[in-house]
Design a protein around this ligand. Structure first.
Ligand SMILES: O=C(O)[C@H](O)COP(=O)(O)O
Ligand SMILES: [Mn+2]
Ligand SMILES: [Mn+2]
Length: 550
């Protein structure tokens, strides 16, 4: 447990709470075309921006612990940075390094899984997100593991491909599948038999999160493990056929099983080894539970093979899930939540299901538990289980209802919330729906501004990364890309754009400079929250955006 924070005698805490509002996926776009945030009518946000101290914060690449500045931000690294006030080398980088240095293949887990497959004359399976998005996974990690498996004598490997279209181009699956088939062909000599065995869109099978829709995981289990589902001769054929039939973009494509003479080529059997090759945990935890849990109430597994199972990383540092993993996760410690709990601060964390773990699990450094049961409340508003372009307002009003009630009762000193709209609707690629999402959020901002003023609190409006600000694809020269119909090509992934940081402090006492520091990243929000609660942040925290008089 960390020590309590020292109080700053020259800062008089306000009457009401400090409220950190994370507008998930809302940044400042580079292009006018496709910037739904800029084009939406947002009078309340505009009022805040025009009347309150503000700055922009970096939310991508090295500023959030990713390998390079070409990497867009994402919720995991974003909330980790916001919640721990510093930048840690993140999963994408740690796995890359473990492969480059060879440490992954010297580790006990890799050795055990390979030995298990070899000794049992079994199969080494890989399940994961099949792209180079570098948010949950990277295809290069998969390729490196297959090459190494061959070197170490694994004769049979099967790959279960979750098609992306969400962190990469919306219909880019074949750009990964086709070269990968060539890559597998190059390995398939000397009695080696490596193949794709199954697949489907990541939002249709396997990669649910936070218990929002267990049916997705059930369909994934049937596809990867049991080999049940529509059969095709190849992944290429499956994708082309399913696209024609459904018109779905990659993330939503139905599942498929690769079969020969009516027999699936890669069901998962007793004695096999399974690697879930995503390094990010939120969307890996449910399938991991299906493999690991004896007591599993979510769906009927029908058959649960006895396998050696490992994740790419430890996904939950509190519960130690999965039991085996290949690379140690970032050692995120001394988080804002832990310091505030040690300092006796009452806290509310709230969001809807889709982002609930973001303001709890990710914010607390990939731990599910609370630091102090008495001081902390975590509230989840159930998300809709429909395509979000049909309900772009999502649950921002219901979340605001709870927050306003907390304000009225002055129940907490620190509140943090996440509005999912900019991101979840942004990922659909439906521009008009994103405009509606932005305007829905803005209506709630109006209610919040009023409540903060009445309570005498401080509101910090920010985001974890961009998305809604960049809804159309542009080429390298900045030219708008168009589809076959001549319409702008939708972009479903996050952006590289900076995010807002606004401080609304209606009872401002002159105790900090209203010109905020420039050039910082979202990790600076950790110290900012602490300073605005009247504490002196730990020395190794990244600087706060406010310069508080000491
Ligand atoms: O998991 C997802 O939905 C996307 O890959 C990334 O979105 P998030 O980082 O905002 O959750
Ligand atoms: Mn996010
Ligand atoms: Mn997202």
């Amino acid at each position: 447990m960390v020590d309590a924070l020292k109080k700053n005698p020259s800062f008089k805490p306000r009457k009401g709470p400090v409220f950190l509002l994370i507008l998930d996926g809302v940044g400042f776009g580079k292009y006018e075309d496709g910037d739904a945030f800029r084009q939406a009518r947002t009078p309340n946000f505009d009022w805040l921006w025009n009347n309150c101290p503000h700055t922009t914060l970096k939310a991508h690449g090295t500023a959030v612990g990713l390998p390079s500045d070409a990497d867009m931000g994402n919720s995991e690294v974003g909330h980790n940075a916001i919640g721990c006030g510093r930048v840690f080398a993140q999963g994408a980088k740690l796995v890359e390094e473990a492969i480059r240095s060879g440490a992954m293949f010297e580790g006990a887990t890799w050795k055990k899984l390979v030995k298990n497959a070899v000794d049992n004359n079994g199969t080494l399976h890989f399940i994961g997100l099949f792209s180079d998005g570098n948010v949950h996974s990277h295809i290069d990690h998969l390729k490196a593991m297959l090459e190494q498996a061959k070197k170490e004598g694994v004769k049979r490997a099967r790959v279960h491909t979750l098609l992306d279209g969400r962190d990469v181009g919306e219909t880019s699956a074949l750009e990964y599948i086709d070269p990968f088939e060539d890559f597998l062909a190059s390995l398939n000599a000397d009695g080696v038999d490596y193949r794709i065995a199954s697949g489907g869109g990541r939002m249709f099978i396997t990669m649910d999160r936070y218990g929002a829709n267990w049916d997705m995981v059930k369909r994934g289990w049937e596809t990867h493990v049991l080999g049940e589902g529509r059969q095709f001769l190849s992944a290429h054929e499956a994708i082309e056929t399913l696209r024609k039939e459904t018109g779905a973009i990659d993330q939503d494509l139905p599942s498929f099983v690769i079969a020969e003479n009516g027999k699936p080529v890669g069901t998962i059997e007793d004695g096999d080894s399974v690697i879930f090759f995503n390094f990010r945990g939120d969307r890996a935890l449910e399938m991991t539970a299906a493999f690991e849990e004896d007591d599993f109430p979510y769906f009927e597994r029908k058959r649960r093979p006895k396998v050696e199972y490992a994740g790419m990383m430890e996904y939950d540092g509190d519960k130690h899930v999965p039991r085996q993993y290949l690379v140690s996760p970032p050692s995120i410690d001394r988080t804002v939540g832990e310091f505030l709990a040690a300092s006796g601060i009452t806290q509310l964390a709230i969001s809807e299901t889709q982002k609930f773990g973001h303001v709890t699990y990710f914010y607390n450094g990939n731990r599910t538990g609370k630091f102090n049961e008495e001081l902390e409340d975590y509230i989840e508003i159930p998300s809709d289980v429909v395509p979000f372009e049909w309900r772009p307002w999502m649950k921002c009003a219901e979340i605001t209802d709870v927050i306003l009630d907390a304000f009225a009762k002055n129940k907490y000193r620190y509140i943090r919330a996440n509005f999912a709209n900019g991101d979840m609707v942004g990922h659909t690629g439906v521009f008009e729906a994103v405009i509606c999402a932005m305007e829905a959020i803005d209506i709630q901002l109006g209610r919040i501004i009023k409540a903060v003023k009445e309570a005498g609190g401080i509101l910090i409006v920010t985001a974890d990364h961009g998305n809604s600000d960049d809804m159309y694809e542009h080429d390298k020269s900045g030219k708008l890309k168009t589809n076959e119909q001549g319409k702008p090509k939708a972009k479903t992934s996050h952006s590289l754009n900076p995010v807002p940081c606004i401080i609304y402090d209606p009872d401002y006492q002159g105790d900090y400079d209203t010109t905020l520091r420039e050039g910082l990243g979202i990790s600076s929000l950790g110290a900012t929250v602490m300073e605005l609660l009247g504490f002196i942040p730990p020395e190794d925290y990244d600087p706060s955006v406010v310069e508080v008089k000491k």
